[in-house]
Design a protein around this ligand. Structure first.
Ligand code: FAD
Length: 333
């Protein structure tokens, strides 16, 4: 294909019930960096019903142009209408790069688009950069996280990637930024709409979003059991933190998956991350090593977690955590 006709970095701006998702803002920031390096522009693709008033936000976070499709067919996410809308936009505007959040929606949408647009898709990326020959280098963990693979889509356009939420940093919200907002109309082929959304039932479970926490007290196999986690909860309560976990404790049924940090859990970036009885396996580090400060407590002084820790305490969590909690309680009095 003639790649010279493809230009600019596009971001699918995921919104749910009219709320732009953090991952979209993260991607706009990253897209800005990539576009600046290429000397190109950032386009935001904003789809939904009654969402035009959110377009300006995309400009504040880095977009030069927002392509806004405000249509009843796009009120809630359903694969077919969303795929049709984005395919038509891609065919009309010819992007060089298209970034999508690796959320449940993005993971459904990305493969559908790549098949229809006959281009590649690198799923679940943790790094994006521009190569010397101006291709997008898409990095993701491979072989169970034991190595990082960098993938390039040389022959086809757009270069498509889904990116893990929480990996890229949200840029500054700059209300001085100016940009264009274009209302785009889509010619939907409704004969292809085979799925109807009848109703949405929200899960009643009290899910916590550990990615939003400023302080995380995270426990691993060294914490052991529910009793051990009660100790962590007590400490977390004292300092206004949330409790998170390694996969070992999720697999053991001690804590729910929505609190798992790591490659198959969440990527977190808190101000302080307490790693308690966590060895520091590569798959765990992938989800927390960008934390501003890491405090590790482990009885094995050779545990790999100490290599990424800012402060390391060699000791038994069952002794250290109660002492620490006591000290913190006294300080907050
Ligand atoms: P362990 O590795 O068993 O470490 C326990 C640590 O506790 C040890 O360092 C030990 O010295 C210390 N300890 C023991 N007792 C005490 C005590 N009383 N006081 C202080 N320290 C003590 N893991 C994740 O966490 N998140 C993921 O998303 C994830 N995804 C994965 C994806 C794939 C494809 C694969 C193959 C693996 C994945 N894993 C993930 C698993 C990962 O490889 C490790 O097995 C896991 O992180 C280990 O958890 P842990 O550190 O709690 O346990």
């Amino acid at each position: 294909m003639d790649k010279s006709a493809s230009k600019n970095v596009y971001v699918f701006v995921e919104q749910r019930e009219g709320v732009i998702q953090s991952v979209a803002l993260e991607l706009l920031g990253k897209a800005r960096e990539l576009a600046d390096e290429l000397g190109e522009q950032v386009y935001a693709i904003l789809l939904g019903k009654g969402i035009s008033d959110k377009a300006q936000e995309c400009i504040y976070y880095g977009a030069d142009t927002v392509l806004c499709v405000d249509a009843p067919e796009l009120e809630s996410y359903v694969t077919e209408p969303y795929a049709q809308a984005i395919c038509q936009i891609v065919n009309r505007y010819n992007p060089s790069i298209l970034l999508i959040g690796a959320t449940t929606i993005g993971r459904d949408l990305g493969p559908r688009l790549s098949a229809r647009l006959t281009t590649g898709l690198t799923a679940d990326c943790t790094g994006l950069a521009i190569s010397e020959d101006r291709n997008l280098m898409m990095t993701r963990p491979a072989f169970g996280g034991n190595l990082m693979a960098t993938i390039v889509c040389k022959e086809h356009r757009p270069q498509m990637s889904t990116v893990r939420p929480g990996v890229m940093k949200i840029g500054r919200r700059d209300t001085e930024r100016k940009g264009n907002i274009e209302a785009v109309t889509i010619d939907f082929d409704k004969s292809k709409f085979r799925v109807k959304l009848l109703k949405t039932v929200k899960e009643q479970k009290n899910l916590v979003d550990i990615t939003e926490a400023k302080i995380l007290v995270s426990g691993g196999r060294g914490v052991g059991n529910q009793e051990g986690f009660d100790m962590l909860r007590e400490m977390a309560k004292t300092i206004g933190a949330e409790v998170s976990s390694s996969r070992a404790m999720v697999d053991a049924g001690v804590i729910s998956h929505d609190r798992q940090v790591g490659q198959t859990g969440k990527t977190v970036r808190p101000d302080v991350y307490f790693a308690c009885g966590i060895s520091g396996a590569i798959q765990h580090l992938a989800g927390m090593e960008e934390s501003d400060m890491i405090i590790a407590i482990n009885k094995d002084k050779f545990a790999p977690i100490f290599q990424v820790a800012d402060i390391g305490i060699v000791g038994d969590v069952r002794k250290v955590i109660p002492l620490l909690t006591e000290r913190l309680k006294n300080r907050s009095k």
